[in-house]
Every structure is written in C-alpha cells, then in structure tokens.
Design a protein around this ligand. Structure first.
Ligand SMILES: [Ca+2]
Ligand SMILES: [Ca+2]
Ligand SMILES: [Ca+2]
Length: 133
C-alpha cells in the first residue's frame, strides 16, 4: 500500500479521471522511463527520481502554501484526503502533521526502493519491468 501512496496523492490532486488515478505508479515510471532518465544513461538514478518528485510537487500542493495538507484536496474529497494523508504520514519527518515540500521530495521513496531490487540506487528498465509485472 505504501508504495502506491506518493503517485496516488499526486493523481488525486490533479483531478484526473478515476481510471488514470488507479494506474499503478510503477507502470507510470515504466511508461515514462526515457523522460525520467534525463541524462539518457539507460538507468533511473535516485537523483533523477527525486527530480520527478520535485516536478510533481506543484500538482500536489495545490494551494501553493508549501505544505501538503487537507486543504490541498477538493472539499468533496475530505474523507479520501484524510485516508491518503494518513497513509503518507511516514513522510512527515518532523511530525508537525503536514508534509513540507522538502519532506515530500527528499523523504523515503518506497516506490523507488521496492523496484530497486539489487539496491544499487539505480533502476534499470528490467528492474522496473519486474516490479510492474
Ligand atoms: Ca539516468
Ligand atoms: Ca498546501
Ligand atoms: Ca512535517
């Protein structure tokens, strides 16, 4: 469950159709592998993954106050917002009840860690494919 939280949060906040929201985050990495691999060396480094997280932040912090809180979700989605935020609470490193940009971008990256099966800090295409299957 944890591994899906980061990308799910972003998709919920962008208001994409339900079908797109349910897409597995690792499938999205696989589909965008070449764009995420910005230096084109054929592997996704942790730094390239962090760049991806940083690029997604504006869609997550919708009201632009620098923190992810319930206020960033549509009012009608308050219950879902609380659930999502509870699942993402592991990102709240300083325990102040909200997730800052730096906590989000630099925090634990379970999607990356789970896919990096040899734990060398790089995702190869075959590691991503294995995680996606
Ligand atoms: Ca790369
Ligand atoms: Ca916010
Ligand atoms: Ca915090």
């Amino acid at each position: 469950m944890l591994r899906t939280t980061l990308l799910t949060l972003g998709l919920i906040c962008t208001g994409l159709p339900a079908a797109a929201q349910s897409q597995d985050p690792i499938q999205q990495i696989l589909a965008n592998f070449d764009q995420i691999d910005s230096n084109g060396d054929g592997v996704i480094s942790r730094a390239e993954y962090l760049d991806l997280q940083a690029a997604r932040w504006p869609q997550i912090d919708r009201n632009g106050d620098g923190y992810l809180t319930e206020d960033d979700f549509p009012r009608f989605a308050a219950n879902r917002a609380r659930r999502q935020l509870a699942e993402a609470s592991y990102l709240d490193a300083n325990g102040d009840g909200r997730i800052s940009q730096s906590e989000f971008v630099n925090g634990p990256a379970p999607v990356f860690r789970n896919a990096d099966s040899n734990a060398d800090g790089f995702l190869t295409r075959s590691e991503v494919q294995a995680a996606a299957s």
